[in-house]
Design a protein around this ligand. Structure first.
Ligand SMILES: NC(=O)c1ccc[n+]([C@@H]2O[C@H](COP(=O)([O-])OP(=O)(O)OC[C@H]3O[C@@H](n4cnc5c(N)ncnc54)[C@H](OP(=O)(O)O)[C@@H]3O)[C@@H](O)[C@H]2O)c1
Length: 258
């Protein structure tokens, strides 16, 4: 059975990836900070699908955590065939007024941990001639996002990094894809303080659809998969719009949330 490491598996998209991959007979390694949630999900998936599920709690905003996690996985004799680099959060507000450590933690989690885990698994995947990394970016990656400045920038990093890796590993048997969801019903918006939740909910996709698109991206070896027709249309429009217009639109969208 292939083994998948899923970060941020205690909620939202990560839990969705865990359910979908358990149904496809993957051995799972689930990580996040909330162990109770991970254990409950692991018990559910073992009972429903008879798969092996390992729970390894980690605070991936701690720069030492990715190496520790990978060492624990190696010590358990597990080899990662699929890395779903999913853990992440956002924070909305004036950059200057938002908590400094929260902003830096976002860079550490959304970017640093994602790079560290990819770097930890890729050499072995290349040596084996197989394996996949799915990095969760966002439609936020396509333009700067005033009032959510660090989050948008972190996702632009994830998108650029993933596309570059996709090219680097071409022909090696390893696949790297970036998944770009738009607004999705998870705990994300609440955590990010996104204000008008009714407006968010009105345009949000459900997590299962986004998960399906992510797994399809890996299957088809797509460098970038934008989830949803409207999100794809908007990302395309942004590509052809002047940068100044794109950032002003994103800014007015975030500021309006009240
Ligand atoms: N939902 C959206 O609208 C949306 C849109 C585009 C992209 N995304 C991206 O999708 C990914 C998943 O988000 P989601 O929507 O599923 O959000 P979510 O429901 O809030 O889940 C976030 C996950 O990340 C984990 N996490 C947060 N801080 C962590 C830390 N310091 N160390 C380890 N794990 C941590 C959380 O677990 P613990 O709290 O237990 O640690 C949780 O499992 C993120 O990268 C997000 O940026 C979401």
């Amino acid at each position: 059975m292939p083994t998948a490491l899923i970060t941020g598996a205690s909620a939202g998209l990560g839990a969705g990836f865990a359910r979908a991959l358990a149904a496809q007979d993957h051995t799972l390694i689930l990580t996040a900070r909330r162990t109770d949630r991970l254990e409950a999900l692991a018990a559910e998936l073992r009972a429903a699908h008879g798969v092996a599920v390992h729970v390894l709690a980690a605070d991936l905003a701690d720069p030492a955590a990715p190496a520790r996690l990978l060492a624990d996985i190696a010590a358990a004799g597990l080899t990662i065939d699929l890395l779903v680099n999913n853990a992440g959060y956002g924070a909305r507000g004036d950059f200057a007024a938002l908590d400094r450590d929260e902003q830096l933690g976002m860079v550490d989690l959304n970017c640093r941990a994602l790079v560290a885990l990819a770097h930890g698994v890729l050499p072995q995947m290349i040596a084996r001639g197989s394996g996949a990394i799915l990095n969760i970016a966002s439609t936020a990656a396509f333009q700067p996002g005033p009032w959510m400045a660090v989050y948008y920038a972190s996702k632009a990093f994830v998108l650029s990094f993933s596309e570059a890796l996709h090219e680097e590993v071409r022909g090696s048997g390893v696949r790297v894809s970036a998944l770009c969801p738009g607004p999705t019903r998870t705990e994300f918006a609440d955590r990010a303080g996104m204000g008008d939740m009714a407006a968010f909910d009105a345009i949000a996709s459900d997590a299962d659809t986004v998960v399906r698109d992510g797994l399809a991206a890996i299957r088809t070896n797509s460098a970038v998969k934008i989830s949803g027709a409207v999100n794809t249309l908007m990302a395309d429009a942004v590509r052809f719009a002047p940068r100044m217009v794109a950032r002003k639109l994103a800014g007015s969208f975030q500021k309006r949330r009240g």
